[in-house]
Design a protein around this ligand. Structure first.
Ligand SMILES: C=C(OP(=O)(O)O)C(=O)O
Ligand SMILES: [Mg+2]
Length: 429
């Protein structure tokens, strides 16, 4: 009954107006699952390949018709007749069919669309929500949201070098409470920026993109907004960063265009340490570049006991890269982006590895998103305890928050909220 009868893909648009892949899988019992794949802007060099058509030097507007065609021909032929309940077998069949180490032939956008659609179709056949189908009866932990409030770097046209400034309501009692607090601080920050004469336009992830030149400027306004909204910075609401430092790293040094300055690895790490001291920052993602081994060692040694250090570009949700990072003592947490690796099964494998070695996990969106809410369900299924899914504006971001609000309502008294507990678990390693 759960055999795959039909697989079909088509091109849709993401939140930047760029084409992306959506796939629908139909089972013999008529159950269906549909999934759309997001797209990154500041991508890690070792991510699974997002197949795009035409001019390799032009990203925006480039189609995904080849990836779509791969789903409709080779992948459909390969997985048709397979049991959708056997997610690992379906994913392995696509990995084998692709035949490369990074899904470069079929495209990770093709494989992930099918992988997620298969999971959704099987969940539907079981009449279960995706999070319970994938995670089981004890999937009750709602993640603490890392709410994006200021955008810079590759996600905005302002001079701010760091890509993401986020807040997390650690003292909230439930996910709903966290969303309410996040929204209050978000709106207070908008007023705060407007009163300071700054623009309140938003970047790719829906955070404000004022013309700041330094991280300190953004952090001062964020801390002030937390206070003005009636919360204690550090006590009720904490601050989190994603400098996306790979984007700043060239020939062994960090280039800060906002202040037209260059910092050595040591100076860059030292600067981050001063920010951790001066502001209620409890988590930094990609504090240094993906290939800056020395920087990773320095920051983990000096800040790993007090700050969650999340590997995004450096691990790419890839069990092999993550394994090497664990052996080298890099960071204490991993970002999980399913499209960095290209299947549901491999995303779960990487998350399981993190749990075994005591790294915290953060489920994550991409800067180019769709209305697909799978990552909300994956966060609950995996019990990651943390999710990064943008600001509290733009429906591509609120779709995930709203999905988590619905899951919390559905679980009722059985729902649990992670709060900041897992941040501490990461730093205690
Ligand atoms: C979400 C991110 O951005 P992108 O999707 O552009 O990689 C990130 O760097 O964590
Ligand atoms: Mg990142």
């Amino acid at each position: 009954m759960t055999r795959i009868r039909q697989v079909r893909a088509y091109e849709i648009l993401d939140s930047r107006g760029d084409p992306t892949v959506e796939a629908t899988v139909e089972l013999e019992d008529g159950s269906r699952g549909t999934a759309a794949v997001p797209s990154g802007a500041s991508t890690g060099t070792h991510e699974a390949v997002e197949l795009r058509d035409g001019d390799r030097h032009r990203f925006h507007g480039r189609g995904v018709l080849t990836a779509v065609a791969h789903v409709n021909t080779e992948i459909a032929t390969c997985v048709r007749g397979m049991d959708a309940e056997d997610q690992a077998a379906v994913d392995q069949a696509m990995i084998t069919l692709d035949g490369t180490a990074n899904k470069a032939r079929l495209g990770a956008n093709a494989t992930l669309a099918v992988s997620l659609a298969v999971a959704k179709a099987a969940a539907s056949a079981h009449r279960e929500p995706l999070y319970r189908y994938l995670g089981g009866a004890q999937s009750r932990l709602l993640p603490m949201p890392m709410i994006n409030v200021v955008n810079g770097g590759a996600h905005a046209d302002n001079p701010l070098d760091f890509q993401e400034f986020m807040i997390a309501p650690v003292a909230a009692r439930s996910f709903g409470d966290a969303a309410r607090i996040g929204s209050e601080v978000f709106h207070t920050l908008k007023r705060e920026l407007a009163e300071a004469g700054e623009n309140t336009n938003v970047g790719d992830e829906g955070g404000f993109a004022p013309d700041f030149r330094t991280a300190d400027q953004a952090l001062d306004h964020i801390v002030s907004a937390i206070e003005k909204a009636g919360y204690r910075p550090g006590g009720d609401v904490v601050v989190l960063l994603d400098p996306a430092a790979s984007e700043l790293f060239r020939e062994g040094t960090y280039h800060y265009t906002g202040t037209d300055s260059v910092r050595s690895v040591e100076e860059h790490v030292e600067y981050l340490l001063t920010l951790i001291d001066a502001y209620p920052i409890v988590s930094i993602e990609d504090p240094v570049a993906q290939d800056d081994d020395e920087g990773w060692t320095q920051i983990t040694t000096s800040a790993g006991a007090v700050c969650q250090l999340v590997g995004d570009d450096v691990f790419c949700t890839n069990p092999v890269l993550f394994g090497a990072g664990i052996r080298n003592g890099i960071g204490n947490s991993i970002l999980l982006k399913p499209n960095q690796i290209g299947t549901v099964t491999e995303t779960f494998d990487t998350a399981a590895m993190a749990a075994r070695v005591g790294y915290t996990t953060v489920m994550s969106h991409r800067s180019g998103e769709t209305e697909d809410t799978s990552i909300a369900d994956l966060a609950v299924a995996l019990g990651t305890g943390q999710i990064k899914t943008g600001s509290m504006s733009r429906s591509d971001r609120t779709a995930k928050y709203n999905r988590l609000l619905r899951i919390e309502a559905e679980l009722g008294d059985h729902a649990r909220y992670a709060g900041g507990s897992l941040l501490a678990a990461g730093t205690a390693r």
